[in-house]
Design a protein around this ligand. Sequence first.
Ligand code: 4NP
Length: 161
Amino acid sequence: MTKILFVCLGNICRSPLAEAIFIHRIAQIGKGDLFEADSCGTSNYHIGSQPDSRTIANARSNGVRINHKARQFSITDFDSFDLILVMDKSNLRNIQSISNKPEHLKKVGLLRSYDENKKAMEVPDPYYGNESDFQEVFNILNFSIENLIRKEFNLSPRAAE
Ligand code: 4NP
């Protein structure tokens, strides 16, 4: 079992969508039993909240089921997860400030490092944006996760639908 954690600031926009896309893609190829995915935020702003209504609408319009309650990153997550993928450099700094153990820090990386076509290293924060910003986030996450599954786990995800 490989356990993967997606991290953003609020855990209501980007990381719950990343978690939902990952679960969707893995289920599509019949490998759901091999993975567990979760998401969390570095902040405590939205603990206990459902994803943002725009995230829920976006996931639905892209045919992805989303079901998550926001929680904050905890130091115990370093031991609970095999891979911790963050959305932006501020998330990275925040996570890196919580532990200095090499066995913890080697698990942490930017999700977009898997995006071969990247124009930037970060998944932009859509919180103050509009519907098209949420769709751009979906496209970035979808492409990055497709490559993550291919490169990190040597599996062949189905082409985006
Ligand atoms: P997320 O987006 O980090 O992708 O969940 C945000 C959600 C809430 C806030 C900022 C970003 N906020 O400032 O409340």
